[in-house]
Design a protein. Structure first.
Length: 222
């Protein structure tokens, strides 16, 4: 399974470099548009011209690109782009998928070029979305341009109109209890799914006062 860019270890990459200060690391940021291979070939050919008098680095570039091409060939269906760091000389390879695509960039240097990664991660904040009213909730996990539905929760809550033969006080008490039970169920599931996905931000939306009531039931650490 291909690693998502949001799971990248920036600290690890920042400590990687060529101990001989050789330009042995390939860094590729690529969007899978129609002409993406043309972009890569042009950049690789330009680098080969620069390295033509250095047999070791030229061979490293060719072998590193073999690994890069294999990674790109095995990309997932619907994948919009990729970020790849490779150095055959240093036995190093890391590849990541990105959603959405990225600005195309090809760099050969003494270490992985990670500055664009930091900018990408700002766009990859994962957050939770809860859309609810008094008796129904839809829960989603949102990351970049992907929306994953976690769960639908519904409860047969009494409507606002009093039942025949019931006092207004009794009706309101029962209705309030049903709403309370529903909101507790929603908050429990929200806590579970969002802790599993390491989500730090939640957006609550929907009509009426259900949004405010739900916030009262969520744990303080959410």
């Amino acid at each position: 399974m291909i690693t998502d860019i949001k799971d990248i270890d920036v600290k690890l990459l920042s400590r990687v470099y060529d101990r001989g200060s050789r330009d042995s690391f390939v860094s590729l940021y690529i969007s899978f548009n129609r002409n993406y291979m043309d972009f890569i070939r042009k950049r690789v050919n330009a680098c080969k011209l620069v390295l033509k008098n250095d047999k070791v680095l030229l061979e490293n570039l060719e072998k590193s690109m073999e690994e890069v091409y294999r990674f790109l060939k095995d990309r997932e269906i619907g994948q919009k782009g990729a970020v790849v760091f490779a150095s055959s000389l240093n036995g190093f390879f890391k590849g990541y998928r990105v959603y959405p695509g990225v600005e195309n960039l090809f760099v050969v240097d003494t270490s992985p070029y990670i500055r664009p990664v930091v900018e990408l991660l700002d766009d990859y904040e994962t957050f939770g979305l809860v859309v609810l009213d008094n008796h129904r909730a839809r829960i989603y996990v949102v990351s970049a341009d992907r929306v994953e539905r976690g769960k639908n929760i519904s409860e047969d809550v009494l409507n606002k109109h009093r039942k025949g033969g019931w006092s207004q006080a009794r009706f309101q008490r029962i209705r309030k209890g049903e709403i309370k039970h529903f909101l507790k169920e929603v908050s429990q599931y929200v806590s579970k799914i969002f802790s599993e996905d390491n989500i730090e931000k939640i957006v609550v939306a929907g009509p009426g006062g259900a949004k405010k009531w739900l916030m009262d039931y969520l744990p303080e650490d959410i």
